[in-house]
Design a protein. Structure first.
Length: 132
């Protein structure tokens, strides 16, 4: 299964009224600079979410050496977490982003998406406490 074109939203910050609107960010080109922007915005949370996705590897693209393979998905999931109120909300976001990146044939029960969402929810709530 090939990867689809990537959409980057690392400049979107729900806490910053000056950040670009989410829809405007959808046309940004892919680059390592986008990863750097996401890391500067979210700190270790960006790497934690990317690592979590890599470890669960719901798409089957973990070849041990490509540890940054899920960076784009982490980058598009993170800006949307501010609207989430539970791991069920995170599950909806994760599934939407994986559908966007990998196509409509992503099924909730074909991979550990519920566990991924629960783990991201824990990371997100811990990060919120640290950054207050």
């Amino acid at each position: 299964m090939g990867r689809r074109s990537r959409i980057f939203e690392s400049d979107y910050n729900p806490r910053n009224k000056q950040s670009l609107p989410l829809k405007e960010l959808q046309s940004l080109p892919m680059s390592n600079a986008e990863n750097d922007k996401a890391r500067s915005l979210y700190g270790t949370l960006f790497d934690d979410v990317s690592t979590l996705l890599f470890q669960h590897d719901p798409i089957g693209i973990n070849f041990d050496t490509n540890t940054d393979e899920y960076d784009p998905e982490a980058r598009t999931i993170l800006p949307r977490l501010g609207a989430c109120r539970s791991s069920a909300d995170v599950l909806a976001v994760v599934l939407e982003e994986f559908h966007r990146w990998f196509g409509e044939d992503i099924h909730e029960h074909s991979a550990p998406y519920r566990q991924i969402a629960a783990d991201i929810w824990v990371l997100w709530t811990q990060w919120q406490v640290k950054t207050k």
